[in-house]
Write a protein that binds this ligand. Structure first.
Ligand code: XMP
Length: 609
């Protein structure tokens, strides 16, 4: 059998799955293995990639790996931590702190087959504190960013390469070309990964994992669970798949009605359960984001248990979840597992609601089936279209399982008002404020929980679209310069003179707050969905923050452009649409400030919590 696979050894990078996805985009099958996988298991690999990771070779113990991988005669590419690991292993030196680089960097490259067709001066994405300071034996440098670190190196006779930068993220301008050079030219991989082969593989897995069991699937109505529903029905047949939609009360305006209409077309085996009261009472008085997710994940399971114990039509009585006839199905996809620390060495950024401890326990007991857990959103969408699902449904913006609960920020309250931050970045006009609120972010593969900065002008609304370009370069400068700031907001509406008077109020999840958020979310979402110029916006959370001076509430608009949710650029809403949204929100007379989130990912995650 010809070697066909690219094996990725996972050292815990938030980008490990993104690397896998980039390989698959080239039509080549990629698989992720733990860092210490035995070399014998990689016999099918025509190439190996060592991922990055949050550990430091200088401060932490070296993560174990089988050194026989270097004798498999497969080309190897080390990225970030993987690059440093290779340098260290072959006798080079890794140092800490002296050449930190986060964000875009200019790279000049030398002649090498891995840079074939790449511009001599290009732009790459860096995210590292440690660096390779001395080359290992047998390697030559092949690129530089002008500082003392080895940005890229090769041992051409062995076909070993190392990059400090990340070719897998979109911000690396010619990253796809560089990876294609490695995978197709240097490794000689075959292009055999298509929607058809993917579908074939998934169908085989469903048959194998389900065996003779039926599946009880939680359908939120989003793309992922709908595709799962259709897939399971196709493979197991209508009678063996039971869909349960739980209306948690945390859904968007009229969401459940729309979901029922769409899903009923897929079949009748669907039950809708209204659990608004149960969810609101379980979440009463809770402000911690991780705690909210845990409560929501657990309550979903309690309700599954309850519904399964109810007698079915005809009175035969379904078996309880603990019986061996049923599996619980979930539409989990790759990013959900990776950001929950799903791979062994990764830092936990957020525990996704379908990775809470009780579900993990059920996974270990073989009670959960997740047919699309190895796929990215765009692969799920391709499969959905192949299965004949309507385009409109397939192209919906992603909506998180915990719903508006993670977009309705809660707080124990604080008397701290915003404070002015020293301008370390030469921002000419705007004053920079630090707000007392906190939100989750990701930087250098680690979780952050820090403050947003607010800049108060000049608005692109008045400066024209050119204003956005200014903020695109200002925003990363602010988050790089201030350690306690992981987001940058633009004040697009509200009296800036009132910012010093505004404080963080005590607030929890209540129906009143959720209803307000639902209304505002609907205003913002409908406006961007009907504006053709907003088609690049991949998702737009609208966040309610208990911060203000009169109403005690503010709104953050968080439009993002992304392909896969792992890296993100903030999206642009054209001024006429933005003005319309602002006007309609203010007409509700319920919020003090409207902010526009100008943060990329990293350093800010898409959702605030
Ligand atoms: P972040 O905020 O981590 O979001 O950048 C990445 C993507 O994941 C979605 N998300 C979730 N989806 N359960 C989900 O099903 C969760 O707990 C959860 N948290 C975030 C988010 O909407 C975005 O598309």
């Amino acid at each position: 059998m010809p070697k066909s696979e690219i094996a990725i050894l996972d050292f815990g990078s938030q980008y490990t799955h993104l690397i896998a996805r980039r390989v698959r985009e080239l039509g080549v099958i990629s698989r992720i293995y733990p860092n210490n996988v035995k070399a014998e298991r990689l016999k099918n690999a025509c190439g190996i990639i060592l991922s990055g990771g949050p550990r430091s070779l200088v401060r932490d113990a070296r993560l174990p790996f089988d050194k026989k991988i270097f004798t498999l005669s497969a080309p190897i590419l080390g990225l970030c931590y993987g690059h440093q690991l290779m340098a260290d292993f072959f006798g080079g030196r890794v140092e800490s702190g002296k050449a930190r680089e986060y964000g875009l960097a200019k790279l000049s490259v030398s002649a090498s087959p891995i840079f074939s067709g790449v511009s001599k001066n290009t732009v790459v994405w860096m995210s590292h504190g440690d660096h390779v300071d001395k080359l290992p034996f047998g390697f030559t440098p092949i690129a530089s960013t002008g500082n003392r670190s080895v940005a890229a190196m090769q041992n051409l006779s062995k076909k070993f390469f190392g990059f400090q930068f990340h070719p897998e993220v979109n911000h690396t301008k010619e990253g796809k070309k560089i990876l294609a050079n490695f995978i197709l030219n240097i490794c000689g991989a075959e292009k055999n990964w298509t929607t058809e082969t993917m579908l074939d593989q998934i169908e085989k897995n469903i048959k194998k994992e389900a065996g003779g069991k039926n599946v009880f699937l939680l359908v939120s109505g989003g793309v992922d669970s709908t595709v799962c529903f259709a897939l399971l029905r196709k493979v197991l047949g209508e009678k063996r798949v039971f869909g349960l939609h739980i209306d948690s009360g945390l859904m968007r305006l009229d969401e459940t009605k729309k979901i029922i209409a769409a899903l009923k077309r897929l079949g009748d085996n669907l039950r809708v359960y209204n659990a608004e009261k149960e969810f609101l009472s379980a979440l009463k008085g809770v402000s911690d984001p991780e705690q909210k997710r845990k409560i929501i994940g657990d309550l979903f399971l309690d309700i599954v248990d309850k519904v399964m114990a109810e007698p079915a039509k005809g009175g035969s009585g379904r078996k309880k979840l603990t019986g061996d006839k049923w599996l619980v199905g979930q539409g989990t996809i790759y990013p959900d597992t990776i950001e929950s620390g799903g791979t062994k060495n990764a830092d936990v950024i957020k525990t996704h609601h379908n990775r809470v401890p009780r579900i993990k326990q059920m996974i270990a007991e073989g009670k959960i089936i997740e047919p699309i857990k190895d796929l990215y959103k765009d692969e799920v969408r391709a499969i959905g279209l192949k299965l004949g699902l309507p385009q409109k449904l397939i192209n919906r913006h992603p909506f998180p399982g915990p719903g508006l609960a993670i977009r309705c920020l809660c707080s124990e309250g604080s008397n701290d008002a915003g404070s002015i931050v020293p301008d370390l970045v030469g921002a000419v006009e705007p004053t920079i404020w630090r707000l007392p609120i906190k939100s989750v972010g990701v930087q250098g593969d680690e979780r952050s929980y820090a403050h947003p900065a607010v800049i108060t002008g000049p608005l692109p609304l008045y400066k024209g679209e050119a204003g956005w370009g200014y903020y695109q370069s200002l925003s990363p400068k602010i988050t790089n310069a201030h350690k306690d700031i992981n987001r940058v907001l633009l004040l697009v509406s509200g009296d800036k003179k009132s910012l010093p008077k505004a404080t963080l109020k005590k607030a929890y999840l209540t129906k009143k707050r959720l209803d307000l958020l639902r209304k505002i979310d609907d205003i913002a979402d409908s406006a961007i969905l009907t504006d053709k110029q907003c088609q690049k916006i991949w998702q737009m959370p609208t966040v309610l923050v208990p911060f203000g001076h009169k109403h005690g509430e503010s709104i953050v608009l968080r439009p993002v452009e992304s392909e896969e949710a792992m890296t993100v650029s903030f999206g642009v809403i054209p001024s006429p649409t933005l003005k319309k949204i602002i006007k309609k929100i203010h007409a509700l007379n319920a919020v003090d400030f409207i902010f526009y989130d100008l943060t990329n990912k990293p350093p800010g995650t898409i959702e605030w919590e």
